[in-house]
Design a binder for this molecule. Structure first.
Ligand code: 6PG
Length: 247
């Protein structure tokens, strides 16, 4: 676990780790299958990875990177809510990544189930890097509290669909999301979470008694030490044990 003094420091720690994981994957297998997350938290992290003023952009062999997403909203790419659109503006348009390596979820499909089916065909067997955010309600990807995708989870996740279209009742919108099996078998899972609004969710994910239906991020316990948390002090505030790493 890494804890930065603030969100900017945490983003630098995460950028360093993600870059190292990408370098290792390309060195070992010739390519890196990287799954990005959505929401607003990772925007500065993507911008850092693309920034020529920092070391990470030059260290990554971008033609070897394949990009995927853990979830998407049911909107076109140019909608402000599009996870793909956010990554395109902050990262993809800024680095020499080949267009065929960008495997977006087609949130513009009229039927989100079509988007899920199409996306499932694009997925690698295993992601090298699974970057995830955390909702204040402890959701990851679009696996929300009470999600049917959690049924049967906690006991293997070996079978079942890897992508699902889900109706998020509380948001009144469709989401297309990776299901637990596709998330949990990643070689490395990087959680990037900042801000005081996430402190309860971080605690719930890491330290609360098991209650998967209420705290979907507890799924990550199944991935053991393949999960690495990058937090700022505010997000880590409710943890009982913390380790401050100066950057
Ligand atoms: C999404 C996500 C989601 C996100 C959290 C945190 O599409 O919304 O991928 O799981 O990581 O909701 O979002 P924020 O960073 O906006 O708080």
């Amino acid at each position: 676990m890494s804890i930065g003094a603030d969100a900017a420091a945490a983003a630098m720690q995460a950028a360093e780790r993600i870059t190292t994981l990408i370098e290792a994957a390309i060195g070992e297998r010739g390519l890196a299958a990287v799954c990005l997350t959505g929401g607003s938290t990772p925007a500065p992290l993507y911008a850092l990875l693309a920034d020529p003023a920092h070391p990470w952009r030059a260290r990554v062999h971008w033609p070897g990177v394949h990009l995927f997403w853990s979830d998407e909203r049911h909107v076109p790419a140019d909608d402000p809510d599009s996870n793909y659109g956010m990554a395109r503006r902050t990262l993809i348009d800024q680095v020499p990544i080949p267009t065929p390596h960008v495997h977006q979820i087609r949130g513009d499909r009229q039927d989100p189930h079509d988007a899920a089916r199409e996306y499932a065909l694009l997925l690698p067997d295993t992601f090298d890097v699974m970057l995830l955010g955390l909702g204040a309600d402890a959701h990851i990807a679009s696996i929300f509290p009470g999600s049917p995708l959690l049924a049967g989870a906690g006991g293997g996740h070996a079978h079942g669909a890897r992508v699902a279209a889900v109706w998020a009742e509380h948001l009144e919108e469709w989401r297309i999301t990776l299901a637990p099996p596709a998330i949990l078998n990643a070689r490395a899972l990087v959680l990037f979470v900042t801000g005081a609004a996430k402190a309860d969710a971080v605690h719930a994910a890491l330290e609360a008694p098991a209650d998967l239906a209420r705290y979907p991020a507890q799924l990550l316990r199944d991935a053991g030490d393949r999960t690495e948390w990058f937090l700022d002090n505010a997000a880590a505030a409710r943890l009982s044990v913390t380790l401050d790493l100066p950057y």
